[in-house]
Design a protein. Sequence first.
Length: 55
Amino acid sequence: MPLFTLVVEQYVQWRFGFVAALGLALLVIGVKAENPTCAGIGGLLVTAPAVTAGS
C-alpha cells in the first residue's frame, strides 16, 4: 500500500504540481484522522490546480 501511495503522489505532483501533492497528503491525513477541516483544505488544494490546468 505505501508503494501505491507513493506512486499516486508522484504522479499528482508531476501532473499538477506541489500544491496538489500537498493537498492530496492533507486529504489522506484528514480522512484517516477523521478531521473534516484538514480533509476539506486538502480537497480544495487538490481540485484547484486540476481545474486551472484544464483551462
